[in-house]
Design a protein around this ligand. Sequence first.
Ligand code: ACO
Length: 431
Amino acid sequence: MSNNTVTITDNRTGKKVDLDILDPTMGSSTIDIRKLHKELGLFTYDPGFQATASCKSDITFIDGDKGILLYRGYPIEQLAEKSGYLETSYLLIYGHLPTPVEYHTFVKTIKNHTMVHEDLKMFFNGFHHDAHPMAIMVGVVGALSAFYHDSLDVNNPRHREISAHRLLAKMPTIAAYSHRRAHGLPLPYPRNDLDFIENFLYMMFSVPSREWSVDPIAVRAMRLIFILHADHEQNASTSTVRLASSSGANPFACISAGIASLWGPAHGGANEAVIRMLEEIGTPDRIPQFIARAKDKDDEYRLMGFGHRVYKNYDPRAKIIRAACNELLETMDSTNTPLFDIARELERIALEDEYFVSRNLYPNVDFYSGIIFKALGMPMNMFTVIFAMARTAGWISQWLEMMDDKEQRIGRPRQIYTGVKMRDYVDLNQR
Ligand code: ACO
């Protein structure tokens, strides 16, 4: 860190304070405001944390203007082309690409934890038959903390590691069960002869009455989606995991909080919202009226799958997944539905229309992942669940990093109070 400073002067009093400027390895410099309140009695106001760093992190780097995304320094393009989901997870968690021995040990460990306690399966019976799988995920992942008292000491690094492995390994099993219970299908045991993605597809789609075989096209597309979604630095759900964990809460409860945050349509729920939007549009001739609504200042309607808080140029994940999406639509017999024609036309308009171009509203990763899931026959309400499974690697990496960070404090934002000034209570009979 350099010793550069910025001086803040309170023009009301003339008092000054020198604040350190912290230089990251890459990206924007940051003012350390911690002594601002102590010296000037001032807080800072930044709704939505648009200009505030909440932590130091070695895990993921994003340059939104240049469209760069790095996991532990490795470009997402290289990982998408060469790596697998578990290797990427190892990289995120441990900070380096595994040696062959480290990799095989890690894969074996994860496979050892894929089953869930038989009693945990009872939970799935307790939900309403049409419960959204994300609602089930929030409940059941949180409930894992009731099963693993042996490793819940968050101050013990080995306990933390075991919890991390359990979360990564059990997420696909819980996710698949949340889908199967809603459809009255039996809950299969995980198959450790399959790889991580194949096993998830097996638990989702196999039925006891017929042979199940791996679909390499589906596995390839899903592998890509898992790697692209594995981490994205301090987004809403990751910040939620960090904030929840900052009190020392157990990781299962905190990841459950992250899942709840991810569910929102402005975050992970966007891929499901994309397909609902395409279905609502219905036919290509209705596109102009929806574009008009999206541009209308008096209408809150937004095109789902367009725009991004951080990527104001283009989303590098969208660039990678767009190619995979087009490849998939060409190889699969799913192009005969108007949904994909509408998607292509929306994409074309957004890339040419002045409103979208001037605001840098490009199709984001959710736009294409939603279309890929639909083409693969994935139930719509499972889209965000898959995002949650993939992001688990990032959530636990960020949680592990936070637990080791000596500068971390319990998360406790301040506020600008805008309510009524102090006043006296009035007795009920005098009001
Ligand atoms: N459709 C139409 N107009 C939009 C859209 C959209 N999807 N997104 C932003 N705009 C417009 C805004 O109205 C605003 O216009 P103005 O400058 O004339 O007022 C301008 O673009 C900037 O928008 P902001 O809301 O300030 O951008 P912000 O960074 O706060 O929001 C967000 C980003 C939430 C992703 C937004 O673009 C959005 O709601 N998109 C649709 C939902 C979506 O796809 N979410 C997925 C995000 S990616 C992920 O979670 C992996």
